[in-house]
Design a protein around this ligand. Sequence first.
Ligand SMILES: NC(=O)c1ccc[n+]([C@@H]2O[C@H](COP(=O)([O-])OP(=O)(O)OC[C@H]3O[C@@H](n4cnc5c(N)ncnc54)[C@H](OP(=O)(O)O)[C@@H]3O)[C@@H](O)[C@H]2O)c1
Length: 132
Amino acid sequence: MTKVPILGAHGQIARAATRLPLDATDAHVTLYPRRATRLTPLANNARVRLIEGDVLDTAILESAMAGQDVVYANLSGDMERQARAIVAAMRKGQPFANPRAYVSRESVADLVVKLVTGPGFGIGESLGVHAA
Ligand SMILES: NC(=O)c1ccc[n+]([C@@H]2O[C@H](COP(=O)([O-])OP(=O)(O)OC[C@H]3O[C@@H](n4cnc5c(N)ncnc54)[C@H](OP(=O)(O)O)[C@@H]3O)[C@@H](O)[C@H]2O)c1
């Protein structure tokens, strides 16, 4: 069962896209709008968690993202800042094992190919390539 937060959940595309995982899969969805009252009816679904927050609010974002598998960011505005906040929250508590190690581009390319072609490979993980 996949856990997916939808950031900017009151956005037009997000509202359309929320129906699909709920109707066609057993995914658990965390709706993350800036004003929760606008999505309150959806919170009656047992597979929906409703958390009000701005993606630039680090504490709320980190608690919403904990234990999730994939993230759907349906946002507008300062996307570079938003993306940094989201990636930081995804990486929280997962320090890279060996940041000074030399890693060949072939090794990184190999990981990328596995991520793209391996069904389920790497989902929910913060991956890095480092020498042993
Ligand atoms: N390339 C294309 O062809 C194409 C086509 C359509 C859309 N898009 C893009 O896809 C994205 C989504 O489209 P949409 O129609 O769903 O847009 P939308 O209706 O404007 O939704 C964007 C959502 O982002 C939320 N948001 C903005 N800043 C936020 C923040 N700091 N924290 C939390 N939420 C925040 C807004 O919250 P509030 O509701 O509180 O304002 C809004 O609900 C947009 O970036 C749009 O430009 C691209």
